[in-house]
Write a protein that binds this ligand. Structure first.
Ligand code: SF4
Length: 270
């Protein structure tokens, strides 16, 4: 693990330097160039790239960018919580058909989930915050760890203008929880830029976005928002703000990113 961390810190520094001042639309070409030339000093291999998609707007845009970049090998993975919207599963199928890619799905551990449902009920997450966190841990956080097990570079669809706190997030950083290099290629884009890209390139999107579901996660925990509401108002709406933590994203200094940091974008990360 120590050796791997040295490798990841080496990648983090070199990639950070390479992508400095690179425009968003040029990041994928720059990645391909960097990977082709990169000779690791502390590991006998080139880095493995893994992109976790939840089929939101940004993830769909990033999928389009990755697929259209020749010579860039990226593994597509998703977390199938078992509680996604039918529209999300339909988009998943449409995305693999449209781009000819394979998306590996990671699922909750059956024993852990069975135990949870026995103890808390199938919709027990509505009852208290601890039950909700436990459900998210079983259905999302633990599978994410499995999804990133072989990753050296983790690509995400995070954008900087999603919240004030995200102003601090760098384009490239070392994720201390999963010991990977985290790369957010469309970090510098506004929501409008992501929408414009999707329209220009006819990127397949979840129809629920048009029905007011700005951030789409699990069906029982997502509702449409009204004009003037922020995206997070549609997620775990029955909880108070302090409880809305996200277990998937961690700041480079190890702080946990709160749910309130993940607001205001259609199709934001889960
Ligand atoms: S979002 Fe809801 S259904 Fe999905 S894992 Fe979390 S608590 Fe469970």
């Amino acid at each position: 693990m120590v050796k791997q961390e040295k490798f990841h810190r080496e990648i983090c520094q070199e990639l950070g330097n390479h992508l400095k001042n690179v425009a968003t639309t040029e990041i994928m070409p720059a990645m391909a160039t960097w990977l082709a030339k990169y000779e690791p000093k502390t590991a006998p291999k080139k880095p493995t790239l893994v992109f976790t998609t939840s089929f939101g707007l940004e993830d769909q845009v990033l999928t389009d960018m990755i697929v259209k970049q020749p010579g860039l090998a990226v593994q597509f993975v998703t977390l199938d919580t078992g509680r996604l919207f039918p529209e999300t599963y339909e988009l998943w199928q449409r995305t693999t058909s449209r781009y000819g890619i394979t998306i590996t799905s990671h699922h909750p551990n059956a024993d852990a989930l069975g135990d949870y449902v026995r103890r808390r009920g199938i919709n027990g997450f509505y009852e208290d915050v601890a039950a909700r966190h436990e459900c998210c841990a079983i259905r999302k956080t633990v599978p994410l760890t499995a999804a990133l097990a072989g990753a050296d570079i983790w690509l995400t669809g995070i954008r900087r203008d999603q919240s004030t706190a995200r102003q601090e997030i760098p384009l490239v950083s070392h994720d201390p929880t999963h010991n990977v290099v985290k790369l957010n290629p469309i970090l510098g884009w506004t929501r409008a830029q992501a929408v414009a890209y999707a329209e220009q390139h006819k990127v397949p999107l979840n129809p629920l976005h048009l029905a007011g579901y700005l951030s789409i996660g699990c069906a029982p925990c997502t509702r449409a928002v009204q004009p003037g509401e922020s995206e997070r108002d549609g997620r775990w709406w029955w909880e108070n703000e302090a409880a809305k933590e996200c277990g998937l994203h961690v700041m480079p200094d190890g702080r946990r990113v709160r749910r309130k940091d993940l607001q205001a974008t259609p199709g934001g990360n889960p």
